[in-house]
Design a protein around this ligand. Structure first.
Ligand SMILES: O=C(O)CCC(=O)C(=O)O
Ligand SMILES: [Fe+2]
Length: 280
């Protein structure tokens, strides 16, 4: 496991190489030549130059990771049809908290659409690529089709712009409702490479590389999103969202997270999982 870190100096060097006309491919080659780990080098290129400037890989996946443009740390980010506030950002692991990603009306609209279709949440089972009810997850949930309604399409396109990750690399939005006492125990969102069903799952869009959890309401008490490895609690506030990315399906990403028990009221979230390539 590499300990290499993407420093501001590295990003400045990449910007300069690009400015004087070097293609991303040759900047990558130079980095590999001077001993950079390929995954880190690709991530640094994506972070510095944006996805559009990065490279394509032979298996058709998009290199780098979803990542908002925090290069100038402007307090407001343009997300197409809306300006989104950045509340805080952690570099390692990458965690960014946004405010005002969705309006109150958009949150209410998604809750109204989802409430008609809720059922006890399922998670991917070990041993096949179906699902099973999991005691670690006591919420109720449903999935939207991508772009299922005008509202869903608008939100998905805003997310794609904000995180600079193609809309077609995202799974359909998942909505969860937690009642008092319900929780989602700490877990990783990537598919465990050691599970027998994982190769089949990966045929459709590759690994998950990022997660955006959007809060659709503000629970009266409890329900924070917790990151046990780094001691972080994110408060669930209506219209806010927490984003995190993971460049490999491994605990070293410190992307362990969960939804702590709701103590009072309900908690509603919409989760967008981002894949390495087109998810159909
Ligand atoms: O409810 C939360 O805060 C976390 C949800 C989550 O981890 C997920 O949907 O994968
Ligand atoms: Fe999760």
């Amino acid at each position: 496991m590499s300990q290499q870190v993407i420093t501001p100096e590295l990003c400045a060097w990449i910007s300069e190489q690009s400015r004087v006309g070097h293609a991303s491919e040759s900047i990558l080659a130079a980095m590999l030549g001077s001993g950079w780990d390929e995954a880190i080098a690709r991530q640094a290129l994506a972070r510095t130059l944006g996805q559009s400037a990065t490279l394509t890989t032979s298996d058709g996946s998009t290199p780098g990771l979803p990542e908002p443009d925090l290069s100038r740390f402007t307090p407001l980010l343009e997300a197409g049809d809306r300006q989104v506030k950045v509340v805080m950002a952690l570099r390692q692991p990458r965690v960014v908290v946004f405010a005002d990603l969705l309006s109150d009306e958009e949150c209410d609209g998604i809750v109204a659409l989802a409430s008609k279709r809720l059922s006890r949440s399922e998670t991917v089972a070990t041993g096949n690529d179906g699902s099973e009810v999991n005691a670690a997850r006591t919420s109720d949930g449903m999935f939207f089709e991508r772009c299922e309604t005008e509202l869903i399409r608008r939100v998905e396109s805003r997310i794609a712009t904000l995180l600079r990750w193609p809309l077609d690399h995202g799974e359909g939005l998942q909505v969860l409702r937690y009642r008092p006492g319900a929780e989602y125990q700490p877990h990783y969102d990537y598919f465990d490479p050691s599970h027998v069903g994982t190769p089949n799952i990966l045929k459709r869009g590759g690994q998950r590389v990022g997660t955006l959890v959007i809060y659709l309401n503000t629970p009266a008490a409890g329900g924070s999103t917790i990151f046990p490895d780094i001691g972080l609690d994110v408060a669930p506030v209506k219209g806010h969202a927490v984003f995190f990315s993971y460049d490999r399906p491994h605990p070293s990403t410190q992307s362990l997270h969960g939804g702590s028990p709701v103590l009072e009221g309900e908690k509603w979230v919409a989760t967008k999982w981002l894949r390495q390539s087109v998810f159909n």
